[in-house]
Design a protein around this ligand. Structure first.
Ligand SMILES: Cc1cc2nc3c(=O)[nH]c(=O)nc-3n(C[C@H](O)[C@H](O)[C@H](O)COP(=O)(O)OP(=O)(O)OC[C@H]3O[C@@H](n4cnc5c(N)ncnc54)[C@H](O)[C@@H]3O)c2cc1C
Length: 321
């Protein structure tokens, strides 16, 4: 509340206050002719058997929503290479889901990365999310000797191997290591020019930031879709910590939403659903009809938000776990 609003609230009687407050148009309801959004879901490779069971339960719950693709991340420094590979190939082969494997440049030579990509192609995986990756926490990035230095180099390398569909990362608030926002956009354009066909954004909480980024990208000559990456937040403290490192700002209002709820997971989940639902509905009202969800291997929130966006489970798909 700013000073004027505070004065307004203090001086006026309730009805006057309500009648004189600014009028804000609500998020319009999607019309019946609104195109249903295309969704993709991102998962991470679980570390234990129990978490693996949770991973597959999550897949079974979300698969009936008919995602355009599901993707599995690659741990820092390639630490999850085998697990990522096993999960992505199983998703493609056994679940018949369009599966995408994240692949990074970190800690491997070009030949090693190329070999991983060839194995994916042989296993029937046709989609790679090509990333530079990060070094383990606290270590500044340095290209591996003989490795791909940046994601744009990796995209060009993958193109030489096979006709992969390639997605890359984009940063509405600029990658933290970029020389400038313009240099970061040039880098995004290089990745697309090298053969990627889609960018997926780092998560963000301010819709305006994303929409302005689309304008700047178009002005920089980018025409490929830049799909918003949506992170439904249930653990605010964790997200606040993580965001500082990855260049996503966390607005004060978001902190306020979760204030006092540290020991109340049930209310946190309800608040999280409302926050994410508002975000995607606002994006949808602005014409966006493709969304990438960071599921964190938890399905319920994402399922609810997809439902709010108008997506329904397909009756012939796998039944929820
Ligand atoms: C959708 C998504 C999925 C992700 N999945 C994973 C994952 O599975 N595993 C993982 O480890 N990380 C993942 N990340 C995180 C990502 O690896 C980091 O954000 C990383 O720091 C940058 O990766 P990038 O592909 O954007 O890098 P790049 O596009 O290579 O850019 C990295 C930085 O270098 C700059 N740059 C690019 N080229 C040059 C150049 N020639 N000279 C100087 N500077 C240059 C860019 O401006 C930018 O600042 C993901 C991020 C997103 C948004």
């Amino acid at each position: 509340m700013n000073h004027q609003d505070a004065l307004h609230a203090a001086v006026l009687a309730p009805l006057e206050r309500w009648l004189t407050a600014p009028r804000v148009p609500g998020i319009p309801a999607p019309s019946t002719t609104t195109k249903l959004p295309a969704l993709s879901f991102e998962f991470f490779p679980p570390r234990t058997e129990a978490l693996e069971a949770q991973f597959w339960a999550c897949i079974r719950r979300l698969a009936p929503l008919g995602p355009r693709f599901v993707s599995v991340t690659y741990g820092a420094g390639g630490s999850t290479q085998n697990r990522t590979h096993a999960l992505v190939t199983k998703l493609a082969a056994e679940m018949a889901l369009p599966a995408a494997a994240h692949l990074t440049c970190v800690g491997a030579t070009r030949e090693e990365v190329d070999e991983v990509a060839r194995q994916y192609w042989q296993a029937g995986v046709r989609h790679i999310v090509a990333l530079r990756g990060d070094m383990p926490a606290g270590i500044a990035y340095a290209p591996h000797p003989g490795g791909y230095a940046y994601a744009a180099d990796l995209v060009a390398g993958l193109r030489r191997i096979a006709d992969f569909e390639i997605s890359v990362a984009a940063y509405p608030e600029t990658h933290p290591a970029a020389a400038s926002p313009e240099a970061d956009l040039d880098n995004l354009k290089r990745k697309l020019d090298a053969g990627a066909t889609r960018a997926i954004t780092q998560y963000f909480f301010d819709t305006e930031t994303y929409l302005r980024f689309l304008d700047r990208a178009l002005a920089a000559g980018i025409t490929a879709p830049i799909v918003p990456g949506i992170l439904p937040v249930t653990n605010f403290a964790q997200v606040a910590r993580f965001s500082a490192a990855c260049g996503a700002s966390v607005p004060a209002w978001l902190g306020h939403m979760f204030e006092g709820l540290d020991d109340d997971p049930e209310t946190r989940r309800m608040v999280a659903t409302v926050v994410a639902a508002e975000q995607v509905r606002l994006l949808q009202a602005n014409g966006i009809d493709e969304f990438h969800f960071y599921t964190l291997n938890r399905p319920d929130l994402v399922y609810a938000i997809a439902h709010i966006l108008g997506v329904r489970a397909k009756p012939d798909a796998a039944s929820p776990a």
